[in-house]
Design a protein around this ligand. Structure first.
Ligand code: PMP
Ligand code: GLN
Length: 399
């Protein structure tokens, strides 16, 4: 809950962005994927699907290339994708962003997040409140933007934040409350009470809510509720998502952000100097994807839920304690009973030991708070059923 001195930081010596340990470090995802390749391990680490998304979406990208969509698209994104994003927000959530002024296409959710924080942070005293564990890029971007990171812990068993702790961290210094719902890595979906409290605090302290909803179509307990739909939220909320998860196309990097026009314009002023634009041929394909019938989204969610169930069974059988997720790609498991009380060491050894790769939750936690999450491991469920079955066989050999 304190200001985090040990987070990623920019150096004055021209060495770029250093890890909390002061190292030039690859991301945990790159490190574990490399280990998976080295030891021919089943990769349940980095969150990417191992099969393609809908054939018509892939075909639309091929068509777009064949028909000359190969030069810079417009800075805000092609008009038809912005329209498709707006229609999608209306169809699923009743939100009606104006495609011309309130929607911006970005190079993945990652660029939307980066441009948003760089655009909105004014001073080194500005604070960004994140929920810990947090997606790894958040702390890195806060460091790049030169702001202060404040954390609110998500607590077991359901990984919801405590309302009083949240209220004690948000103050008039808070520029941004950064929400990720459904949540990576814990699989939490924020309760209506937590969402309402975030909106109340943002209004009280005049903070902006930035919400990362890349797993919006993977909420298992009921329909996803964007925080922008709550009373008093839309006028101070930037909603971010991307096509990577929804269409199993994480390499395409087509994302977006929508919200009040003046905030979107501010984000655009930064975005134009990060990538300027990207993905000319992928933009029309994602537009087509966003207009697929409801059945596509329902089936994708059901299929992933089934995979989570297979994974949970395998983890139970191997002796892990399992936290079944309410949303997203990942299942969190407790490795303590398997000698994994130090999950970081456990995960580093796992590819060579049994041929499975996974990510320690401490990779998403500031060093000061590692002890609170030390035995937890994140497993990706977004892999083919036969791959999960092979992982199950290998995990059984752990005991
Ligand atoms: N936010 C979260 C919570 C994620 O898990 C990811 C990546 N899987 C991203 C952002 C990045 O999304 P993109 O690939 O669209 O940049
Ligand atoms: N979001 C993916 C994950 O959580 C990884 C993306 C990346 O490697 N940057 O696994």
């Amino acid at each position: 809950m304190d200001v985090i001195p040990g987070a990623w930081r920019r150096t004055a010596a021209g060495a770029g962005l250093l890890s909390p340990q002061g190292e030039v470090a690859p991301t945990i995802f790159a490190e574990m994927s490399a280990a998976a390749v080295r030891f021919d391990a089943v990769n349940l680490g980095q969150g990417f699907p191992d099969e393609d998304g809908p054939a018509e979406v892939l075909e639309a990208a091929r068509e777009a290339i064949a028909h000359g969509a190969n030069q810079y698209p417009p800075g805000r994104g092609i008009p038809d994708l912005r329209l498709a994003i707006s229609e999608h927000q209306q169809r699923f959530y009743g939100l009606t962003p104006d495609p011309d002024t309130e929607v911006l296409v970005t190079a993945g959710a990652t660029e939307a997040l980066t441009a948003t924080l760089l655009a909105l942070i004014d001073s080194p005293d500005d604070e960004v409140v994140v929920f810990e564990p947090y997606y790894d890029s958040y702390a890195a971007i806060v460091a790049l933007a030169g702001a202060r990171l404040r954390t609110v812990p998500l607590r077991r068993p359901d990984f919801q934040p405590d309302a009083e702790q949240l209220a004690s961290v948000v103050s008039d210094r808070t520029r941004i409350i950064l929400v990720n719902d459904p949540h990576n890595p814990t699989g939490a979906v924020f309760s209506p009470e937590v969402q309402a409290e975030i909106v109340r605090l943002a209004n009280r302290h005049d903070a902006i809510i930035v919400t990362d909803e890349v797993y919006e179509h993977l909420a298992y307990a009921g329909p996803h509720v964007p925080i922008a739909t709550l009373p008093g939220a839309a006028e101070r909320t930037l909603t971010i998502s991307s096509g990577g998860k929804t269409f199993s196309a994480t390499g395409w990097k087509i994302g977006w952000v929508h919200g009040p026009a003046e905030l979107i314009t501010a984000v655009l002023t930064v975005k134009q100097f990060l990538t300027y634009v990207n993905g000319s041929a992928f933009q029309p394909a994602i537009a087509l994807g966003l207009r697929l019938p409801d059945a596509y989204f329902d089936e994708a969610r059901t299929a992933l839920l089934h995979k989570h169930e297979l994974l949970a069974e395998a983890l139970h059988a191997a002796g892990f304690g399992v936290h079944s997720p309410q949303g997203g790609y990942f299942t969190v498991a407790d490795a303590t009973a398997l000698g994994g009380a130090d999950a970081a060491a456990f995960c580093r050894a796992l590819p060579e030991r049994i041929g499975v790769a996974a990510i320690p939750i401490t990779a998403f936690v500031a060093p000061e708070h590692h002890a609170d999450y030390a035995g937890l491991v994140r497993f990706a469920a977004c892999k083919r059923v036969e791959v999960l079955e092979e992982a199950a066989r290998r995990l059984k050999t752990l005991g």
